[in-house]
Design a protein around this ligand. Structure first.
Ligand code: 5AD
Ligand code: SF4
Length: 441
């Protein structure tokens, strides 16, 4: 008999991508195999995001598309989970709009999904179960990893920061750190498997790792020091950081340790102190710049990326200019720019000085224009430099690799091994990629 098939549609951040790997693990325990074809699926899971309204609208449209499939195949099981369902009132809205959904769960009971599916298979009764509060961390035994050389590893869940624009603390709960030994055991296994060359540690604010233990000794740097003792050829990355908690000690550790990636994601959100204050970010732009200076000073080959929101309520032209100036100051290797989106239940939703959409659009276009020019100059400066590159693919006689900063690089006519790191000298810079040659030392 042919096995049952699953299809997972994932929306949103790396945390969700990794949650989908856990979902896949649970489905495989139940005997399901993956399909890419919706019409072949016995179960379709929507792992949702609600960070911006645009994400929600897209997801709603995708769920709506299932209606016809469900009509043709009454046995198709439709599950909706993730951040969107965790919002107050959303399960009811979803049930009214899409009565064909069979199971709705939230972020706090994802681990129960295997049991919920078993229950549905026995009773064929649709239900919704979204827990209001987080429970203690349940360790996952079955994760079906889908990324090639990178493995995602959760180090903590939730967020305590309540930035005034952000819905995450409401849908992911308070900060809970995984035990250091559990994380270390997982990373050790991943490295020993010889399959993974980068380990990306995940948390909404990794810099506050371990503070909830209140033992006075466990923190993010302690964790990194432990992980870097693991033997093997691999790099440690992490996301996401909060500038208020990114310590100088952490900068110094990254500088001193070969295993640490030198590519740092440091979301600033705005270049204006006025806006940072109303966003409840708890740092000034002077502090942020000091941190950036320290990073470039101690880690000469560091690259920095950031997240920026334009059009936050009350953002004046002058505030926006401050953000543009910051781009020029930091010379980011990448900027994830977003137009502010009102989120239900957040403080900023009620601010009465919302910015008109045409101004938001003008600002985001300007932001990307400035950043585009910076990336071009940054890339041109790479010609003649030697970078460490992970070889990820081969198409005909061209090897495709990634630099530490995530740039694609093509290397011709070399006999290289996939999944290995090489030193590569950059010879040419194209619009979206680099070209280089391997240096044998
Ligand atoms: N509107 C626009 N962007 C947002 N982000 C978070 N909340 C919102 C919102 N309401 C952005 C922030 C964050 C990134 C993951 O998403 O820049 O760092
Ligand atoms: Fe949202 Fe702020 Fe928490 Fe990041 S730190 S998840 S932006 S509340």
């Amino acid at each position: 008999m042919e096995s049952k098939k699953y299809l997972i549609e994932t929306f949103g951040c790396q945390m969700n991508i990794h949650d989908s790997e856990k979902i896949a693990g649970m489905l495989r325990n139940l005997g399901y195999n993956e399909t890419q074809e919706k019409s072949c699926a016995d179960i379709i899971i929507f792992n949702t995001c609600c960070i911006r309204e645009s994400a929600e609208l897209k997801i709603m449209a995708k769920i709506g598309d299932i209606k016809a499939l469900k009509k043709a195949n009454k046995n198709l099981l439709v599950v909706v989970c993730g951040c969107m369902t965790q919002q107050k009132g959303m399960p009811e809205t979803l049930k009214t709009k899409f009565p064909f959904i069979n199971i709705i769960i939230g972020t706090h009971n994802l681990e129960e999904l295997e049991e919920y599916i078993k229950k549905y298979e026995q009773t064929h009764k649709s239900f919704s179960d979204v827990w209001e509060k987080e429970k203690e961390i349940k360790e996952h035994t079955s994760v079906y990893r889908t990324s090639k050389f990178n493995a995602w590893v959760n180090i903590m869940y939730g967020c305590n920061n309540f930035c005034t624009y952000c819905i995450v603390p409401y849908v992911r709960g308070r900060e809970r750190s995984r035990k250091l030994e559990d994380i270390k055991a997982e990373v050790q296994d991943l490295v020993s498997s010889n399959k993974y060359k980068t380990i990306t540690l995940l948390g909404q604010n990794v810099n506050s790792y371990g503070l909830d233990f209140k033992d006075g000794k466990t923190n993010f740097v302690t964790l990194l020091k432990e992980l870097s003792k693991i033997e093997g050829d691999f790099k440690i990355k992490f996301m996401t950081s909060h500038p208020k908690d990114f310590s100088f000690e952490l900068v110094d550790f990254i500088a001193s340790c070969d295993k640490m990636s030198k590519s740092i994601h440091l979301p600033v959100q705005s270049g204006s102190n006025n806006i940072l204050k109303i966003m409840n970010r708890h740092y000034t732009i002077e502090h942020y710049k000091e941190l950036v200076d320290r990073i470039y000073d101690k880690i000469p080959d560091a690259t920095i990326t950031t997240d920026i929101i334009v059009g936050f309520p009350g953002e004046t032209d002058e505030d926006f200019i401050e953000t543009c100036k910051l781009l020029e100051y930091v010379k980011y290797s990448g900027v994830f720019g977003f137009v502010y989106s009102k989120r239900r239940g957040t403080p900023a939703e009620k601010f009465d000085n919302q910015i008109p959409i045409n101004i938001k659009r003008e600002r985001i276009t300007k932001l990307f224009e400035i950043q585009h020019a910076i990336v071009k100059t940054n890339s041109e400066q790479l010609i003649g430099k030697t970078l460490e590159v992970l070889i990820e693919d081969k198409i005909k006689n061209v090897f495709i690799g990634k630099t530490d900063a995530g740039k694609t690089i093509k290397i011709k006519n070399e006999n290289l091994e996939l999944g290995n790191f090489y030193k590569v000298k950059i010879s040419k810079v194209l619009t979206n990629e680099l070209v280089g040659e391997v240096i044998i030392d």
